[in-house]
Design a protein around this ligand. Structure first.
Ligand code: UDP
Ligand code: MG
Length: 325
């Protein structure tokens, strides 16, 4: 087997606080991999600027001038982590044999990248990075995550627990992934659908190098909700089921009230009436909201909007030039 061209894709949104350190550390990883003859010397780091408002792009550009490993992709606006990642993957894929994605804050352990590549040499198409400990995450984040994975499994969505977007994909696996054209992207749900042979590599998750999480609670919840409704109609079925349950329960209660009436014990209960009105009303609102969620998704999908727009591509030009030499 020829030494593969590896591209490491790093989505960056307002990451000026960590970026220089990240570029330095990933460059070292690259140098090491080349030294060990694990990857081609044409391998690259691809930093995707997701419409940052700070110095992120300037920092990437100036590093491009000095560091032959560093390339950059500037998106025309902020499209979010998942879309920025797909932009990088799609761009990288044209000139790479395998691609690794990793977050800019280096919370994921870059020391296992070598293991990823070794697995690739063994013929494995997808290598998932899996967090071994979540000690550095808050108690809240750890438990909500655990609940999330359990729930997703229950409603029939196959996810790799404690795997985020730190993974290696071979060209043929990535080619397949890129055929999924959905606008509501949830990559960690899609990748297992692609198939091929896969492996897991465990590592400890660290704290963010610097800067703040771009996933505050509100975004985290939206992301989790997206994950559920993009892959399964189970939530909408749950609502239907609850509706049935409510109807059956109220029928039983109604029957009981009639029997009591016939026996002469007249119920003077308006409380039960009010409760049932609120109960059924709540169920209806829930159902409508749930249906609305799906309709909103359909609406976004049918428009077939592009997922991102590229403003500057310093990857394709650089690697093309090198490969021609
Ligand atoms: N990110 C992005 N676009 C966004 C938000 C985040 O490209 O709109 C990037 C961010 O720069 C980082 C990665 O996505 O590289 C994950 O974000 P973060 O580390 O803030 O999330 P957390 O690790 O807290 O879940
Ligand atoms: Mg992070």
């Amino acid at each position: 087997m020829n030494k593969p061209i590896l591209t490491i894709v790093v989505p960056c949104y307002n990451e000026e606080a960590v970026l220089n350190g990240t570029m330095l550390q990933l460059t070292k990883v690259m140098e090491h991999l080349i030294e060990e003859s694990l990857v081609s010397k044409n391998s690259k780091l691809l930093f995707v600027d997701d419409g940052s408002k700070d110095q992120t792009w300037n920092m990437i550009e100036s590093e491009c001038e000095k560091n032959s490993f560093v390339t950059g992709l500037k998106l025309a606006g902020n499209v979010g982590h998942q879309n920025a990642l797909i932009a990088g993957l799609e761009t990288a894929n044209q000139y790479s044999d395998c691609v690794i994605s990793i977050d800019a804050d280096l919370q994921d352990d870059i020391n296992v990248i070598e293991t990823f590549v070794e697995k690739y040499w063994e013929g494995i198409d997808i290598v998932y990075g899996v967090r071994d400990s979540r000690e550095t995450d808050t108690f809240f984040k750890r438990n909500t995550a655990l609940f999330f994975y359990r729930f997703m499994e229950r409603i029939g969505i196959k996810l790799i627990p404690n795997h985020a977007d730190f993974r290696l994909m071979s060209k043929r696996a990535l080619d397949e992934l890129l055929k999924y054209k959905e606008t509501n992207l949830f990559l960690r749900g899609l990748v297992p659908l692609v198939g091929f042979t896969s492996a897991k590599v465990y590592y400890d998750r660290k704290e963010r190098l610097a800067g703040e999480s771009k996933y505050p609670l509100k975004k985290m919840l939206a992301f989790a909700f997206d994950g559920m409704t993009s892959f399964s109609v189970a939530p909408i079925r749950l609502v239907t089921f609850l509706g049935f349950l409510a109807v059956i329960v109220s029928a039983l209660v109604g029957g009981y009230a009639i029997v009591q009436e016939l026996l002469g014990h007249t119920e003077s209960g308006w409380t039960s009436l009010v409760i049932s009105i609120w109960f059924v009303g709540g169920l209806q609102l829930m159902g409508i909201g749930m249906i609305g969620e799906y309709i909103g998704k359909i609406y976004r999908e049918v428009k077939r909007r592009p997922r991102y727009a590229i403003e500057v591509d310093r990857f394709t030009s650089m690697i093309k030039e090198e490969l021609q030499e």
